[in-house]
Write a protein that binds this ligand. Structure first.
Ligand SMILES: Cc1cc2nc3c(=O)[nH]c(=O)nc-3n(C[C@H](O)[C@H](O)[C@H](O)COP(=O)(O)O)c2cc1C
Length: 433
């Protein structure tokens, strides 16, 4: 089989890990770096290219108009800022890429360029950044807006944001730093330039006052709507994507690659990773039991699905009758995510049927013995052309060990997972195959 790239998407962000697991709180405090450092070391030993850390900036209270479900289940809240965690993760590891999320909507490009430049110096080429446009109205209300800017306009703004960030990194020409102690010249002023950017959304003078990194951090992006894909295909090095069938994966990847080619980029320079949730089992009986348990539509399972889709779309799904066909819905937030949700069941399905279909098919779950999972991912990779897969979940030790301890040897035996990461940084590791 062909080698694929693998990564871990920490969907809970720098937030509560392992809530609900019987081992919650034993030996670890999620507010301290240790649990993330231990997980990052395990990911590195396992040969995963990167750890990507989700982020968001609101306490979700869209579902039923209250934060009750989210606070009780510790879903999306509380959440600390992932940026200060990054140096701890870099310090604990040597080769794996570390990728915090950064909002192009709520971070000034100068701040972002400076922050990422600083971190990349620590990282020696291991830094990435997941650029999001933050669709949540709740988040927008924390930054002085009444509601979030119109969907496509957010991406127009993000286009300009990327342009400014990169211009700032390039405001120091290569060779600008002389460190000439004899002449007493640290840097050559003729090689450090203002950018004088005056655009539709930003005015930035430059140059950057931080020293730009030798290698620009790897840009990661997950836009899924038409406009989102255009943004991702134009700028991103790594694309994160959700799709539940090989056909949809292939279509998504082909589409993004076509956008990149239209922009004069080499589509092979893009790494398209699809999110999967592998659940290793001991045998067929165990697989059947796990499937049955996960497809049970309990009230807690309904709440879990509805709080999430409500938050991600700014729509309170409690307003919809569970047993009536889901009316036509549209969002200014994560359009690709809503589209995926609605298309989980045939048109005209009730909300309950959609939830049941999602629970049963369990979209991203790959359940089976380690060898079966390796086989399934190999087949999925061949059929879709996926450059790799992103495992998802919290980094509570019970979860990461339950997943990776059995799976890593199986993936390696199948020739899908590399045995060792190179030491040239994230970009170099991604370019290995
Ligand atoms: C794997 C993955 C990770 C994502 N991580 C974040 C995140 O950390 N923060 C965030 O605000 N949005 C996140 N998103 C949302 C995307 O940035 C994007 O808004 C979403 O995929 C929908 O795309 P669209 O806005 O083009 O419809 C993520 C999406 C995916 C698929």
């Amino acid at each position: 089989m062909t080698l694929r790239h693998f990564g871990w998407f920490l969907g809970a962000g720098f937030g509560v890990q392992g809530w609900g697991d019987p081992t919650y709180g034993i030996g670890y405090d999620w507010k301290q770096p240790t649990i993330y450092q231990d997980a990052a070391r395990l990911f590195e030993r396992s040969g995963l290219d990167a750890l990507i850390i989700e982020d968001g900036v609101a306490v979700p209270d869209t579902y039923r108009g209250t934060a009750e479900v989210n606070l009780a289940a510790a879903r999306f809240v509380p959440k600390h800022d992932p940026i200060p965690l990054v140096p701890y993760l870099l310090g604990a590891t040597e080769r794996i890429g570390i990728v915090p999320t950064l909002s192009a909507s709520f971070t000034e490009p100068y701040t972002a360029a400076r922050l990422l430049a600083t971190l990349q110096h620590f990282a020696h080429g291991r830094l990435g950044y997941n650029v999001v446009t933050s669709g949540s109205d709740l988040a927008a209300q924390n930054y002085g807006l009444e509601k979030q800017t119109e969907h496509d306009l957010r991406y127009d703004r993000a286009d300009e944001w990327v342009e400014v960030v990169k211009a700032l990194w390039r405001s120091w020409e290569p060779g600008a730093v002389l460190e000439d102690t004899e002449r007493g010249v640290y840097a050559d002023f003729t090689k450090v330039h203002r950018i004088d950017h005056e655009g539709r959304f930003f005015r930035v003078r430059g140059p950057l006052n931080a020293l730009p990194p030798a290698e620009e951090p790897v840009m990661v992006q997950a836009g899924a709507s038409g406009r989102g894909r255009t943004f991702a295909g134009r700028h991103a090095d790594v694309i994160l994507a959700l799709a539940s069938t090989p056909e949809r994966m292939k279509a998504h990847r082909d589409d993004i690659r076509a956008v990149a080619a239209e922009q004069g980029r080499d589509p092979d320079a893009l790494t398209v990773l699809f999110v999967v949730n592998p659940i290793p089992t001991a045998n067929a009986e165990d697989t059947a039991a796990v499937r049955a348990r996960r497809s049970e539509l309990t009230q807690a399972a309904i709440d879990e699905q509805l709080q999430s889709i409500s938050y991600l779309t700014n729509l309170d799904f409690a307003r919809f009758d569970l047993d009536a066909p889901l009316p036509e819905v549209a969002t200014n937030s994560n359009q690709g995510t809503l589209d995926n949700f609605v298309r989980s069941a045939p048109a005209g399905s009730t909300l309950r049927e959609i939830l049941a279909a999602r629970a049963k098919a369990d979209g991203l779950a790959v359940i089976g013995t380690p060898a079966e999972i390796a086989d399934a991912l190999g087949t999925l990779g061949e059929a879709s052309g996926a450059d790799g897969f992103l495992f998802t979940g919290q980094v509570h030790p019970a979860h990461v060990h339950r997943t990776l301890d059995p799976l890593v040897p199986a993936l390696r035996d199948a020739g899908l997972l590399r045995r060792e990461l190179g030491d040239g940084g994230l970009r170099a590791n991604l370019a290995d195959f």
